[in-house]
Design a protein around this ligand. Structure first.
Ligand SMILES: NC(=O)c1ccc[n+]([C@@H]2O[C@H](COP(=O)([O-])OP(=O)(O)OC[C@H]3O[C@@H](n4cnc5c(N)ncnc54)[C@H](OP(=O)(O)O)[C@@H]3O)[C@@H](O)[C@H]2O)c1
Length: 401
């Protein structure tokens, strides 16, 4: 095993406190949890930039509280709306569109970037932060699915550090502590999956499930796209790919076990048979605080875990017949670096169409499988090539709707 992003970054190379933070995706669910952590520990952070997408009102509310000197928005119309919501006397510098987000991820004076835009739109800003040598709290798993190979290289060249916000990868990060240079002692990474709202259901049941049923995750409160990904198990598929990129392990060293209570966030198995698990209540403030404050541990407003109250923790194998997306993600990663880009692009189009009630739940894996079957490997060694393939796969799957 070769570890490309050290699971235990050189703490001496990390920025001092207070850390100047740029939050991309500030108006989303991860942004919200991160700002709760920051509100609780205002002495540890200076909020230098907040970026949202389309929700100008929410962004303006956040900016009125945190008064960042820099703000990011999706386009000129959102910029106009955002300005209209601002109180007089506060005039941040406003950055627009993908270039604006990339600037906020890489500009001087920012120590720490929280990459929490949803979807492939997070790739270029994450890459910009990696190239600029920033400390990165990475929630946007799609960046690694699209271009883990390029982000890896950028981190190596610039000395950037990625700290995994995803609760499973954060759990692995903690389970791997102290074992980075001793690769031969590592046996397996085991990601836990809640199983989502349809755990235990068969394909006949899944034929007629609605968007509202799919959005109702049993344990986690998350944005719409990741909630649907959790309901199809595509989220776990993207996470398996993310783990391979983050920890430099082959696909056959990453297993998945369904654990409906979402108390164990993942496990690391060593050659002596030990499995180190990370436990906690399912609240994203925990892994976010761990990343943003690393190597310090700080208090967060999350109820204390009481195992006696929970009583039992259960485990089962994932059902790959009812939920083929996990299998499709594994196969895409093994097929070569252009396949996960197609997988991700078609998944985003299919999930959006399902949310708009244009297609059924089972159409999501069907669209992805068809696109992967049609795809033949192409060179994706540059960001431009990645974006071009992403665009082409989106166009093709949109046309098929
Ligand atoms: N939520 C979780 O518990 C969780 C856990 C682990 C990992 N993650 C990962 O974290 C990321 C964010 O998830 P989330 O649940 O926070 O999603 P979310 O609640 O839907 O928030 C998404 C954020 O991205 C912004 N955004 C959307 N499209 C954009 C675009 N084209 N350009 C720039 N910004 C855009 C949104 O802005 P507007 O709302 O203003 O349009 C919002 O701030 C995803 O990659 C997800 O897989 C989430």
């Amino acid at each position: 095993m070769k570890s490309y992003i050290s699971p235990w970054p050189e703490t001496a190379a990390l920025p001092d406190f207070p850390r100047s933070i740029s939050i991309l995706g500030a108006t989303g669910s991860i942004g919200d949890s991160a700002l709760k952590v920051i509100r609780k520990h205002p002495d540890l952070f200076t909020v230098t930039a907040l970026a949202g997408g389309r929700n100008a009102k929410r962004l303006a509310q956040l900016c009125c509280t945190f008064k960042p000197p820099h703000v990011g928005v999706l386009d000129e119309q959102v910029k106009k709306d955002f300005i209209a919501y601002l109180p007089c006397g506060y005039k941040p510098e406003i950055h627009v569109g993908p270039e604006g987000y990339a600037h906020l991820a890489s500009m001087d004076g920012v120590d720490l970037v929280l990459s929490s835009i949803v979807g492939a739109a997070g790739f270029i800003p994450t890459l910009a932060a990696a190239k600029a040598g920033k400390m990165i709290g990475l929630a946007n798993k799609e960046s690694l699915v699209l271009g883990g190979h390029i982000i890896r290289e950028a981190c190596h060249e610039s000395g950037a550090t990625i700290l995994p916000v995803d609760s499973e990868h954060n759990a692995l990060f903690q389970g791997l502590m102290g074992h980075g240079s001793n690769d031969e002692e590592l046996k397996r990474l085991i990601l836990t999956a809640s199983g989502g709202p349809f755990r235990g259901k068969d394909r006949q049941f899944l034929e007629s499930v609605t968007r509202d049923q799919a959005l109702a995750h049993p344990n986690w409160d998350m944005g719409a796209k990741i909630s649907i990904d959790s309901a199809t198990l595509m989220n776990k598929g993207l996470e398996v790919i993310e783990a391979c990129h983050l920890y430099g392990v082959p696909m056959n060293m990453v297993d998945v076990v369904v654990h409906p209570q979402s108390i164990i966030h993942s496990l690391v198995e060593y050659v002596d048979g030990s499995q180190l698990a990370h436990l906690g209540n399912p609240d994203m403030q925990v892994p976010i605080a761990h990343c943003l404050c690393y190597p310090r541990r700080v208090e967060v407003d999350v109820p204390q875990l009481n195992l006696a109250e929970i009583g039992s923790l259960t485990f089962e194998e994932p059902d790959l017949t009812a939920f083929p997306c996990l299998r499709l993600a594994r196969e895409a990663f093994e097929a070569g670096p252009s396949y996960p880009i197609v997988l991700n692009a078609v998944n985003e189009i299919a999930v959006a169409a399902f949310l708009e009630e244009k297609i059924s739940y089972l159409d999501i894996p069907a669209m992805i499988e068809t696109a992967l079957d049609r795809h033949t490997s192409v060179d994706v060694s540059t960001p431009e090539a990645i974006l071009e393939l992403d665009r082409a796969a989106r166009d093709e799957s949109t046309a098929s709707l």
